[in-house]
Design a protein around this ligand. Structure first.
Ligand code: ADP
Ligand code: X2W
Length: 257
C-alpha cells in the first residue's frame, strides 16, 4: 500500500485552499492512500486564554499540567479534529477522526515530568486501526495525544507524532503542511535541502521557532528510511502531475543535483 502522511499544522487549518484539497484528490488519483496527523497549537492557546490560563513553552513544547491536558484534549479532539474532518468531507474526501489514544494507537512515555508535565514522546505506534481504515479507503485524521502503558494520557507535539506514524507505516512521503511556502533561507524558499544543511541552518538561526520541530521530525523520518520529507504550504496547490511545491528535505542533497 502506497501511503502519504500529511501533518497539518494548526497555523494553517483555517486557511486551507481549494488547491490543497485538489492536490489530495490528485494524490489519491495517482494511487496514494492518505493519512493526516493534525496540530492545533493556536486553538489550544485561544481556549487557554479564554480560561485565563497562561500558555507556557519549554524547548518548543507546551508545559502541560493535568488541568491544561484536559483543555488540550477537549480542544484538539473536540474542535480541531472536527474542523479538519468536516473540511475534508465537505471537499468529498472520506475522512474519519481518531484520537491518538484510541486503540492505544500512540503508545507514549513522559519526556520530562518536572519541566513539561503531561507531555510525551511516541514509543510505539499500534497501527492496526489506521491500516484498517486506510485499506477501506478512508482518510484517518489522527489527534496527537498519546497514552502510557499505565493508561495516562499525554500531549504530544504534532510534528513528532507525524514522524513516528510515518516511520511505522513506512510511508512514501511525509508532508508538513504549514503557513509558509517552504523553508526560507536568505529570504527565498529553498527547493532542496540536505540533512547537514538543515542542521547548519538551525545552528545559524536561519531555521527557528515552530520550523525547528518540523525539520527535526522530517530528519527523523528520513533517518528511519524515508527518501524525503517536505515542508509545504496549505494555502496553495502543492501537487500536480507528479510535481511537488515546497521544500524537499533529503539525507544528502548532492545525490539529487
Ligand atoms: N527558515 C524558515 N522558513 C520558513 N518559516 C520559518 C523559518 N524559521 C522559522 N519559521 C517559522 O515557522 C513557522 C511555521 O511553524 P508553526 O507556526 O509552528 O506552524 P504549524 O502550526 O504549521 O506547525 C512559520 O510561519 C515561520 O514563522
Ligand atoms: C507538547 C506540545 O507542544 N503539543 C502541542 C500539540 C499541538 C501541536 O503540535 O500543534 P501545531 O502543529 O499547530 O504546533 C501543543 O500543545 O501545542
Amino acid at each position: 500500500m502506497k501511503t502519504i502522511l500529511i501533518k497539518c499544522g494548526g497555523s494553517v487549518i483555517d486557511q486551507l485552499s481549494e488547491g490543497f484539497f485538489s492536490s489530495i484528490k490528485k494524490l489519491q488519483h495517482d494511487g496514494f492512500h492518505i493519512i493526516f496527523v493534525h496540530g492545533g497549537g493556536p486553538d489550544i492557546n485561544e481556549m487557554l486564554d479564554l480560561l485565563s490560563v497562561k500558555a507556557e513553552f519549554h524547548n518548543g513544547l507546551r508545559k502541560t499540567t493535568e488541568e491544561a491536558l484536559a483543555v488540550v484534549e477537549m480542544v484538539l479532539s473536540g474542535k480541531t479534529n472536527r474542523k479538519l474532518v468536516d473540511l475534508l468531507r465537505k471537499n468529498d474526501l472520506y475522512a474519519v477522526g481518531i484520537n491518538g489514544t484510541d486503540d492505544n494507537c500512540l503508545q507514549a512515555s513522559m519526556i520530562d515530568e518536572e519541566n513539561l508535565g503531561y507531555v510525551g514522546n511516541v514509543e510505539e505506534v499500534n497501527n492496526k486501526l489506521i491500516i484498517r481504515l486506510l485499506e477501506e479507503g478512508y482518510i484517518p485524521v489522527l489527534t496527537p495525544l498519546g497514552i502510557t502503558e499505565d493508561g495516562i494520557k499525554l500531549n504530544i507535539n504534532a510534528d513528532y507524532a507525524a514522524s513516528a506514524v510515518a516511520k511505522s507505516l513506512k510511508v512514501e512521503q511525509c508532508l508538513f503542511i504549514t503557513d509558509v511556502d517552504g523553508i526560507m533561507i536568505d529570504g527565498e524558499v529553498a527547493s532542496l535541502i540536505g540533512k547537514e544543511e538543515v542542521l547548519q541552518y538551525i545552528e545559524e538561526g536561519q531555521i527557528t521557532g515552530g520550523m525547528v520541530p518540523k525539520v527535526t521530525s522530517a530528519l527523523a523520518a528520513i533517518d528511519s528510511g524515508l527518501n524525503s520529507a517536505m515542508i509545504v504550504s496549505g494555502k496553495k496547490e502543492f501537487y500536480s502531475a507528479e510535481i511537488w511545491n515546497g521544500t524537499k528535505i533529503v539525507a544528502n542533497e548532492r545525490l539529487y543535483k
